[in-house]
Design a protein around this ligand. Structure first.
Ligand code: OGA
Ligand code: NI
Length: 365
């Protein structure tokens, strides 16, 4: 491997060249760790002013955990809990969500096994081709951000026009296909609850295709030699309508709430749910697409599997704007109408960090 550079500022630091050699290794961050580095290559180091400004004060706020067992009983209680969480912190955990523990465990194992395949095998999947439905890579925004993240990802487009199972390596094929089926059912349940939380009929969000497509992202955060100098994932909000996240026991996910970073602790058998930018947009800011990040860790690897409900590279003509039923004289539309593809294109081109992509779609800026 030819990834040059160790930490520290060197006059000969050629950022673009280092990014390229990292990219061309097709081995991701895991490849660096396997090569035995003990210092962070410069491309991963956060700018000093960003490091200095990082507010690490712990906060007392606890992320709500909602028991979905209640949906078959007193549904209105569950709707109220979802509404409260979705309108405030925009992120909550769910238990008794219907996805069997065995499926959760097998999914995390499959994700890990993919990233731990021999480099010659895994490298075959490495691509930055936007149209591919199976994409292994590191830092989709590698060439557009100020510093790279300590994270590799396998992206799988699961619908409405899904990958062919044979495109997935055998170590993760069955598990990802099964997880995808299960998560679609849970997604549908959650969109029902969120529709009701907005005061709409339970089918509303699905009727406008919010659950029509989903993509699964298997993230791998290798142990990091200098975690205080970088991040696993830069601060961002998610692009789609809704995200369901499965994380392992390591921890590191944080959410920004009232200007403080709050840990989202791993809860056994739970799934993390967060509102995405598109749901904030169509709910006219009623539901909150909260900013979150992942800190790097000496411990690891950490594995997480995110499911984004959105349409990746699917040509939908549907126009999204604030839902008419929610608008009134006192609640005028805040956002302009957009195609999902246009929102996604803007989001991915911008990359993680900086202002939310939502600003670009505000009617008045
Ligand atoms: C994401 C994300 C968090 C995690 O995929 O958008 O925020 O814990 N993931 O990996
Ligand atoms: Ni996210």
């Amino acid at each position: 491997m030819s990834v040059a550079g160790t930490g520290g500022v060197s006059k000969s630091y050629n950022r673009l060249q280092q990014l390229k050699s990292f990219d061309e290794s097709k081995a991701g961050v895991k490849g660096l760790v396997d090569s035995g580095i003990t210092k962070l290559p410069q491309i991963f180091i956060r700018p000093p002013e960003e490091l200095a400004a990082d507010n690490q004060t712990p906060s007392q706020f606890t992320i709500p955990v909602i028991d979905l067992k209640g949906v078959s009983g007193d549904r209105s209680k569950v709707v109220a809990a979802v509404r409260e969480a979705a309108e405030t912190v925009g992120l909550f955990q769910v238990v008794n969500h219907g996805v069997p523990l065995k499926v959760l465990e097998e999914t995390l194992t499959a994700a890990r096994q993919f990233h731990e395949l021999p480099q010659e095998v895994k490298g075959e999947y490495y691509t930055r081709d936007k149209m591919k439905k199976v994409k292994y890579g590191s830092n989709f925004d590698l060439y557009r951000t100020r510093y790279a993240n300590w994270r590799d990802t396998l992206l799988c487009v699961m619908g409405p026009d899904p990958l062919h199972p044979q495109e997935l390596h055998l170590v993760c094929r069955d598990a990802i296909m099964e997880y995808s089926r299960q998560i679609k059912v849970l997604g549908s349940l959650l969109f029902g609850l969120l529709s009701e939380a907005l005061g709409l009929n339970p089918e509303y969000l699905e009727s406008i295709d919010c659950a029509k497509g989903h993509s699964i992202l298997c993230h791998y955060y290798p142990p990091c030699p200098q975690p205080e100098l970088t991040l696993g994932t830069t601060k961002h909000s998610d692009p789609g309508f809704l995200t369901i996240l499965l994380q392992d026991h390591i921890g590191g996910l944080q959410v920004l709430w009232q200007n403080q970073w709050i840990n989202v602790p791993p809860v056994h058998a739970a799934l993390v749910v967060n509102i995405g930018d598109m749901l904030q947009l169509i709910s006219n800011d009623k539901l909150k697409s909260v900013e979150h990040r992942v800190v790097a860790n000496h411990r690891g690897p950490r594995v997480s599997v995110a499911c984004f409900f959105t349409l990746d590279n699917y040509p939908s003509q549907r126009i999204y704007g604030p839902i008419k039923e929610l608008l009134s004289q006192d609640n005028p539309p805040l956002y302009r109408d957009t195609l999902l593809q246009d929102f996604n294109a803007y989001y991915y081109n911008k990359g993680l960090g900086g202002n939310s992509a939502l600003y670009h779609f505000l009617l008045q800026r």
